[in-house]
Design a protein around this ligand. Structure first.
Ligand SMILES: Nc1nc2c(ncn2[C@@H]2O[C@H](COP(=O)(O)OP(=O)(O)O)[C@@H](O)[C@H]2O)c(=O)[nH]1
Ligand SMILES: [Mg+2]
Length: 250
């Protein structure tokens, strides 16, 4: 377990000062226990979401990449088409949950305190008061952090990694675990491209280098460019998730 943040890094990470081998072995065991427990709880969440036919996304990025802005815009434009629910993760404050407050959309804030990621246990409790069978899409905004949330399965269908053009195109290479864990990378704030040295094609190539299967969208919540493709991606996911239920109801 990482002594600094209390979370469990994986492969290759963890070059802290474990000169003592026994201590290292014990640390590894605790990490495995922690992740195994999280995976069990995540499987429970996933079963619950599948039974309810809810499409669940776990939005991950560094702080400020535009997660809340994208949620706000999506709810504003699709909030009458589908039934949404939102979980907002942050260390402190309910600022993001307050921003999200949209008529008829249940929003729940989860404060992690010193914790740098959401885990399956928090999400399981977070959705307790949601009407899941009456929900099409559950959007989870994770704590802003490109490292730790990669290791924690919440029971989501997909992790979606946002990367804004002000962050540099090398981030998929620097934080490969996150981009490997994500099904979709969204390059955000494309309206700012004229002002920054961000090479979109290189960024895409880096992302595909660490995850050949990753899907990629580019959008701007300011100009609206690319939002239609994002909505299309969401729609496909919702339909796919609801198909098995629609068939069994025939
Ligand atoms: N220019 C521009 N700014 C954006 C865009 N999306 C978000 N922002 C700004 O980026 C900052 C951080 O956004 P926020 O949604 O809070 O990021 P989060 O920390 O990932 O939730 C805010 O000042 C937003 O207004 C965009 O598409 N274009
Ligand atoms: Mg936010």
């Amino acid at each position: 377990m990482c002594i600094n943040c209390g979370c469990a890094p994986t492969e290759g990470a963890h070059n802290h000062h474990h000169h003592d081998h026994d201590h290292g072995a014990r640390t590894l065991r605790i990490e495995e226990d922690l992740l195994a427990k999280n995976d069990r709880l995540a499987a429970g969440n996933r079963a619950q979401f599948a039974a309810a036919g809810v499409f669940v996304l776990n939005l991950v990025s560094s702080p400020g990449s535009g997660k809340t802005t994208l949620l706000e815009r999506t709810l504003r434009e699709l909030g009458t088409k589908w039934r949404f629910a939102v979980l907002e993760g942050d260390q402190q404050t309910s600022l993001d949950a307050d921003r999200i407050a949209a008529p008829g959309v249940p929003v729940r804030q989860i404060n992690t305190g010193a914790g740098c990621h959401l885990d399956a246990h928090m999400v399981g409790h977070g959705v307790e008061n949601f009407d899941l069978p009456g929900t099409d899409l559950l959007l989870i905004e994770n704590v802003g952090n490109l490292v730790c949330p990669a290791s924690f399965d919440l029971g989501e269908d997909h992790k979606v990694a946002l990367l804004s053009v002000t962050e540099g195109e090398d981030k998929p290479l620097k934080y490969p675990q996150m981009f490997r864990a994500a099904a979709l990378m969204i390059i955000t704030k494309t309206d700012l491209l004229p002002y920054v040295d961000f090479d979109v094609e290189r960024c895409k190539a880096f992302a595909r280098q660490v995850n050949p299967k990753i899907e990629i969208l580019e959008l701007s919540c300011r100009s609206g460019e690319g939002l239609a493709e994002w909505y299309g991606w969401l729609e496909e996911g919702v339909k796919r998730k609801q198909e098995p239920r629609a068939e069994s109801q025939e």
